[in-house]
Design a protein around this ligand. Structure first.
Ligand code: BT5
Length: 262
């Protein structure tokens, strides 16, 4: 397979978006695209700015976890968002990244990934994509959000570190013969721009419905680990802030903003 290095010119040539990906930082290597994008946002870079790297030396997961981001093996990128929303709505935006990635992957490869709350993308319970949303507030309003996406594409089984060998997968391992990363990336950015402007103008209901329809745990019994405790119940709904509504065995409804499903 011919290796096609990602450059800003190649991305630009295939993007017909209004604002997303109009400004691009493309690197061979960066510590974390989210970290770089946060600094760019803090100095006033515009909404839609895209930061992408072939490799991250300190790729970030949630809760101080790390994201394995080897050179040329996937897509590791971040987008700056500046929605005029209250801080309470910040949790809705990662869902938009999730549905954009799923639809773009389906368009480019025919594969049908599934969601695991809060925002992992899986094939047969193995993770190939993670989303990290980091928010900066000013006076209860969102100043900016950095939406970071990592997608494993070309990995063969041996490419993953031992610790991930049982839990991680890639588009290649799931049968995608040849993936054009620039095509996939520009597809995701287009979808994300669409869902972002549509949801911020007309509400997030439809986007959340799409997400729920692709999440096998939705409506079913789940177990969540949160702040050192285990909670179980039925995944009844996502509320208007994107929080998980859990119906516990004693029939009470608990609202969960963050945690890990296992
Ligand atoms: C996530 O966190 O899944 C969010 C990952 C976001 C990564 C992107 S890459 C571009 C942008 N810039 C960044 O610095 N980050 C974002 P979490 O749910 O906490 O999952 C992290 C856990 O997933 C780790 O503790 C590992 O167990 C596992 N993991 C790490 N790297 C992986 C990989 N490449 N594939 C599958 N699983 C991985």
């Amino acid at each position: 397979m011919k290796f096609d290095l990602i450059t800003s010119d190649k991305i630009r040539a295939r993007l017909d978006t209004k604002r997303f990906g109009r400004k691009i930082y493309a690197f061979w290597q960066v510590s974390s695209t989210n970290r770089f994008a946060a600094k760019a946002a803090a100095r006033g870079e515009p909404e839609g700015t895209l930061v992408i790297a072939e490799m991250q030396t300190r790729g970030k997961g949630r809760l101080k976890r790390s994201w394995d981001s080897q050179f040329g093996k996937g897509l590791w990128f971040s987008v700056i968002l500046r929605p005029s929303f209250s801080y309470a709505k910040a949790g809705l935006f990662p869902f938009l990244a999730g549905i954009s990635v799923v639809q773009a992957i389906e368009n480019s490869t025919g594969l049908k990934p599934e969601f695991k709350w809060p925002n992992d993308l899986l094939f047969n319970n193995k993770k190939f994509c993670g989303i990290l949303s980091e928010v900066e507030f000013i006076h209860y309003k969102i100043n900016y959000i950095i939406l970071g996406v990592g997608i494993n594409i070309f990995h063969k089984t041996n490419d993953f570190p031992n610790i991930l060998s049982q839990s991680a997968t890639s588009l290649h391992l799931e049968g995608a013969e040849s993936v054009d990363r620039i095509d996939l990336l520009t597809n995701i950015i287009k979808q994300l721009e669409f869902y972002y402007y549509d949801s911020t103008a007309n509400g997030f209901k439809e986007s959340l419905e799409i997400w729920k329809s692709r999440c096998p745990q939705f409506g079913n019994q789940i177990r969540i680990f949160q702040n050192g405790r285990h909670i179980q119940g039925i995944f009844e709904n996502l509320d208007s802030d994107g929080c998980l509504m859990l119906r516990t065995p004693d029939k009470s409804l608990i609202r969960i903003a963050a945690g890990d499903l296992y």
